[in-house]
Design a protein around this ligand. Sequence first.
Ligand code: IVH
Length: 698
Amino acid sequence: MYSKETTRELQKLTTELVKKQSSISKKDVAQVRDVLRFHEHRYYILNDPLIADYEYDQLFKALEKIEEETPSLKTADSPTQRVAKGLTKDFPTVQHLVPMLSLDNSYNSDDLIDFDRKARELTGLDKIEYCVEPKFDGGSISIVYENDLMVLGATRGDGVEGDEVTMNIKQIRSVPLSAKFSDYGLQQVEIRGEVLINKSNFAKYNEQLTEQGLAPLANPRNAAAGTLRIKDPKEAAKRNLEAFVYHVSYYSLAKGKKIPVELTTHSGSLALLWELGFRSPQKEKKIFKGIDGVIKYCADFETGRDDLPYEIDGMVIKVNDLALQDKMGMTSHHPRWAIAYKFKARQGTTKLLNVEFQVGRTGAITPVAKLEPVAVGGVTVSSISVHNEEYIREKDLRIGDAVLIERAGDVIPQIVKSLTDARTGKEKKIVFPKTCPVCDSKLFKEEEEAVWRCINIECPAQVVERIIHFVSKDAMDIRGFGDANVRKFYELGLLKDIPGVYQLDFNQIAKQEGFKEKSIQNLKSAIETSRQQPLHRLIYALGIRFVGETTAKTLAQAVNHLLDFKKISLEELQNLEDVGPKVACSIHHFFSNKSNIEILEQLEKLGLQLKNQKKQLSSGGNLQGQTFLFTGTLPTLKRSEAEAIAEETGGQILSGVSAKLNYLVVGEDAGSKLEKAKKINTVKIISEAEFLQITGKK
Ligand code: IVH
């Protein structure tokens, strides 16, 4: 596609344009496009980028700017034209120029020998030339180019008609928006390929789903095929689809042009596509005379299957000579000139014996299906996570069901579906517990979430992980504790819960291997120091769901004492900055749990700071963002003087009592404001003297 010389030139041009940057102008537009296309090819086709992402983005933005300023300069195949606007309403049905057939399958060398025998019989030849390439495991697509421009992209559909998904296919960077088919005398061209999500993008995507409390997808194939039909092309772009193209299914010639020699063999068409900037299996394909080499090549690919960055489920063997292909023809389902060689299945069927409920480290309850052991792709599977209640309902799983399971590559095995036709009527519904299977506390589920949780911080299932978080650097910062020590002390019975951190028996620890006097001294003093950590660190250390360091600071500011949260309503919590309904709910649940409160009381007895020290004895004079209101007659200050002091120190004056109020400064004859403020736990009611103290004026 790009010769060494052109590559060098484009590299030089890139450097010039990157340097030029803000002075890139209209007259550079064609060059910027050439450069961007070149780098897309390096990145998405050759997997060998020559430019930093940031530099690419800068050039892309420069092009966008020029096109915006002078719309007449826009072209349909400009790299900017992949950027989608708006939503696709429906996917219109389109007819493929040539039906999309599927392939006949083979599973072992005998099947391949048989295929070769039939092919020789049909053609009357002694030896046939085959082209062998991977069978990509994604969703099949058809793309049409007219006069070098991509005009249509469609899904396979029923093979005759598919859904038009042009905009989503335009998001795939390995599909060129234009290609010089005209150089080969071709006018209209239909090509076939497969869209994929590579394994690492798939894993990332599944991680995101899990973080959102949603169930992960069973395999990259479903993810790729599903993405093609997403209505928001921007969302589709985020999934980073890739595409391989492997077949020219139709072409028309420009007037007076002859069939190019490339299009007389299959390997030639792969080379032509590659040359035009497509990602065809040019490097992966191999040509063999006779079937023996084919068999060996298939076996080799199967061995190396897991090392590929994307999923393949087999190999495709095609008669290389296209005239011979024509001669052999096809049945109503599949061509006689090609066959798929399927790798060992990574799917299997088995019986769902039971569902157990496990408690994760954050208290999430995970249902785990226990299965009759089954070998899938070389691994025996006997239990599989079934994620959450909704997933179980959606898949309609029942105890006793026959289930289809899949282990896609490095992906954790998943249940694809239950085989409902095989039901006998004896299958049992899966009942989700209402209380924690380990500590029996009531379970909670946040709105819009799929996961039930145990929020008892003493729950043995969670305790170790919670202690690890408690002592960690950003929390109580107890140096020298570390994950390994927490686990060790827990296993030895020297540490049972969070308060236990402050009650360690150092005589016992000294008896353990690896603990010298020095390290014990260090640990002791780190624990000692941590008792004085400010309230916001303690709040963060408690590991309340959704309460990160920032929210912990907001919360610490809102109260005089941590246990004040026992009395604060959901509504009041939501009035705090950055505290939405989800976070408020989580905090509320935490402080409604009896054992959580007991732990906090113990911690206070052990000398930890549950009071908001700043609020109690602040004299720093920095009250940035704090809100004030004055009521009654103050002993020495005029109202205006007091307000000025509050503002001077970064405070803000409110006009009435609400949950947004931090301080009500009360003088003589205070009236309804005081009464109202007393009802809101977060409002601190202070005297003028205290006001002067916290503003640093005393
Ligand atoms: S050729 C007329 N080549 O496998 C022949 N198909 O099970 C068209 N597939 O529908 C197919 N990789 O979606 C061909 N290298 C490859 C392929 C491939 C994946 C898919 C394709 C097809 C299905 C058949």
